[in-house]
Ligand binder design. Structure first.
Ligand SMILES: [Zn+2]
Length: 452
């Protein structure tokens, strides 16, 4: 196998998975893009093509993970960097990450965004990337204006409750200004701190502090804003922001969403994360503070409802909420930071759901690629079709032991599981970037987003 990517590569004999179906097709990659999908008989093969035999494998669009905390730049000591975390993401089948703004210093102004963007752009990273700035009470109008015009800005992150980094929009009446002035994407950490309980004494008390009511109240408030700001005409509806609620963890939020009028649901979508689908409150008894994350992992019933909501198209995307806290800090006696590493297992867990017949491969492609691309208005990523960027992941049915998946932070909570799928090869911008445990080339690029 040549290490440099040839001018054209034919992925021959695989199963192509899109958001609408799975079919047998050959896929031709030339330069950065896919140039053909369909049957290519051998008599049409060119001698210059490199032919890669992918019989028995499935080809999916590369995952677009809207929710990653690389913590780069971080306050020392540094446990993870943009290099280490995009490297881990690539091995998990992720071809694009969006990094969250609770880095150091926090990204709350265009100037800090510029510094962080330049830092990230210094050397090529292992996958494509973009950075979310945060909206806080200061500089509100300036931020709204700037975010709508700078093509490097995918949208704005809002924290309604403190999490790692302490970035909070305290005055919720500011959201009225946002609804009047801003028509872009808002990704929201929705917990209402007024409904937090007592700080936990034991690891398993965590959901009694970060309560389910806190989640429900904040999500309900955001949905309600659409009813308050309902425009008179259909054309005016396009001046409203799109709110994407991150890491939904409770059954109540799903039931609330199911009851919302379709006008609201056009502008309002939900994300959940693999750890809410995989773990439940009883797992605190053996994993302890390692499972602390915000919002807290809830009950077994919530997990069942979240799986149901995904399979029934009530949840729009799945993000990792990857947070590389070192294992030493997660096992401290007193406080432990909230967050779980997850970029290497995001896709493996969703594929595990296919094995267990919770959902289908086409569903997984919708949540991990097509829907995130739609939220970001990216027309030539997140899809497998001629003309789109060749960001793709090739997977097959082969056991992957959780304890073989490593991170620089030294741990992850899935080490005791064996997954039934394997991430075989990952292509980024037409380059074969990862293959069976080997990282070949950092081919990631910063993304730009079309603005209205
Ligand atoms: Zn997060």
């Amino acid at each position: 196998m040549p290490s440099a990517t040839p001018a054209a590569t034919l992925l021959w004999g695989g199963w192509v998975v899109t958001g609408t179906g799975v079919y047998r097709a050959d896929l031709l990659i030339e330069g950065e893009r896919i140039t053909h999908i369909g049957n290519l008989p051998k008599d049409r093969w060119q001698p210059t093509w490199h032919i890669e035999d992918v019989r028995g494998c499935f080809i999916l669009p590369g995952t677009i993970d809207l929710h990653v905390h690389t913590r780069d730049p971080a306050k020392p000591p540094v446990y993870a960097t943009r290099f280490s975390e995009t490297r881990s993401a690539l091995a998990g089948g992720i071809t694009t990450i969006l990094d969250m703004p609770n880095t150091h210093p926090p990204v709350t102004t265009p100037e800090v965004f510029e510094q962080k963007w330049q830092r990230w752009n210094r050397q090529p990273l292992w996958c494509n990337w973009a950075l979310f700035p945060a909206l806080i009470d200061d500089h509100l109008e300036e931020m709204l204006e700037w975010a709508q015009h700078d093509p490097r800005v995918p949208g704005l992150k809002i924290f309604l409750a403190p999490s790692t980094g302490g970035l909070v929009l305290h005055d919720w009446t500011h959201l009225n200004t946002v609804f009047q002035r801003y028509a872009g994407l808002l990704v929201v950490h929705a917990e209402d701190p007024r409904y937090f309980g007592e700080k936990p004494t034991y690891a398993w008390d965590y959901p009694k502090w970060r309560t389910r009511t806190a989640c429900y109240r904040a999500t309900q408030w955001l949905a309600h804003l659409y009813l308050q700001h309902r425009p008179d005409s259909a054309s005016a509806a396009y001046t409203l922001p799109h709110v994407h609620i991150l890491h939904v963890s409770t059954a109540e939020e799903v039931f609330l969403y199911r009851r919302l009028p379709s006008f609201v649901r056009q502008h309002f979508t939900l994300e959940t994360c693999p750890h809410y689908l995989w773990f439940a409150a009883e797992d605190f008894y053996w994993l302890g503070k390692r499972l602390w994350c915000n919002p807290a992992i809830k009950q077994r019933e919530d997990q069942q409802v979240l799986r149901y909501a995904l399979a029934n198209h009530l949840i729009y995307t799945v993000g990792s909420d990857h947070a590389p806290h070192p294992v030493e800090s997660k096992t401290l006696k007193e406080e432990a930071p909230a967050g779980i590493p997850g970029v290497r297992t995001l896709l493996l867990i969703l594929l595990e759901g296919v094995t267990r017949r919770w959902w289908t491969l086409t569903d997984v492609v919708q949540w991990t690629a097509e829907h995130p691309a739609r939220l970001l208005r990216l027309s030539d990523r997140g899809v497998l079709r001629a003309g789109a960027f060749a960001d793709l992941v090739i997977v097959d049915r082969h056991p992957t032991a959780g304890n073989t998946l490593s991170y620089t932070c030294g741990w992850h909570p899935y080490a005791n599981y064996v997954f039934t799928w394997r991430i075989r090869t990952v292509w980024v911008n037409g380059q074969r970037a990862y293959h069976l445990g080997r990282w070949l080339v950092p081919a990631g690029k910063p993304l730009r987003f079309p603005k209205p």
